[in-house]
Design a protein around this ligand. Sequence first.
Ligand code: GDP
Length: 478
Amino acid sequence: SSIMSIPDTDIIRTLFMKGIAATVTQTLDIATATMVAQELGVEVETGQREAEAKKITEMIDADDLEKLQRRPPVVTIMGHVDHGKTTLLDAIRKTKVAQGEAGGITQHIGAYHVDVEHEGQMQQVVFLDTPGHEAFTAMRARGARVTDIAILVVAADDGVRPQTIEAISHAKAAEVPIIVAINKVDKEEAQPDRVKQELTEYGLVPEEWGGDTVMVAVSAISGENLDTLLEMILLVSEVEDLYANPDRSARGTVIEAHLDKAKGPVATLLIQNGTLRVGDTIVAGSALGKVRAMVDDRGQRVKQADPSFAVEVLGLGDVPAAGDDFQVFDDEKEARSVASDKTDEQRQSRLLQAMSSRRVSLNTLSARAQEGELKELNLVLKADVQGSVEALLGALKQLPQNEVQVRVLYAAPGEISETDVDLAAASDAVMIGFNTTLATGARQAADRAGVDVREYNIIYALLDDIQAAMEGLLEPEL
Ligand code: GDP
């Protein structure tokens, strides 16, 4: 607005005319900003390269840039237990899929898609079928980024609960936009406004209160507003950079995999770039194979799968793990050699992990701080009681942060869980425990993922270590 000398209300109006509900504080993607500027008669010259650079991801190469097309958003549902995640997933699936489908028979393959009419066009939204931030972060800890948008389900009769807060932290750590579904509004005890109020404490402010979080009051039981929720998903995805090049060989991530007695290894693959076809030679994790058959989420045999869609694939020689990446190779020899390299890689990383080499530790971060390479020190914090959590957060804030900033991804009272460890692993964070213990399995998970778990009983010892790390003064690890 200030550069163009055009009032921000004009910009918002222009966006509104294009069907984009934006607020004053909202950041627009470059394509949308360019469109608005042109609508308002301002010529846009630069920034093209920046826009293109943004589209390059782990899955998209520079070679793809000229052939990029929009792809559907991939959505994960998160929230506290019993707030209605599963019911919501089923409700969306039933209302949208059962109509007109062959008997409404659906197949649970780990993901499903729905068709939504949006701005006069049929568009798709893909939902990952395993709800919860645990699965989301476990995948991320393995290096897989599959979710474009997180739906945070909060029951209107119960409000913000511990796992709601966890889910918010996990989505934020992943920098995934959040849409809030305030669920169970059919109930008499529902208090949607109270939920909104509570959410503001965690940085989620509804648009009608001047914030930029989309919130929709829904009922998974009565079906109320589910269409609006889907529309909002499409609106939010418009400002995200969701592109793929359908005109190349496929790559993506394994969503689920198991061994079927009759069919052999069965894996659900989410296509994140390119198009997957029957007959393609693929490497998934370290498993090699040729796609023998593909079944989609509606139980139909298909010959090809497009970007953002998931298909169940038969023909792999082995069972990959959820979160593994997969790739198609034109040359079978190359595929064979990549698969065998990956087997070696896996063996080696298991060996390294057995030697407990850490991906990130307070000491390695300290070394990076000394080199001036560290901008943020990520922490996940668990303490005995809420009072300790607050005391620690307050004290951490007081530390000088000119060079390096402390970023607490998640802080809560309780034991250190495997999910906490996954969050630390996925975000290159150090896990801090204060007057608390590790839950069963958390230590092993930390060793496996190479997460540094630091346990303290004295607040000053903790603060001293963190400050020393930020200043690059911790002794290097032996
Ligand atoms: P999850 O643990 O988050 O997956 O929650 P579930 O989907 O299992 O739902 C927990 C309970 O809440 C179930 O008994 C559902 O029937 C109920 N429930 C879910 N959504 C709604 C809703 O919109 N309205 C009402 N009244 N009950 C709901």
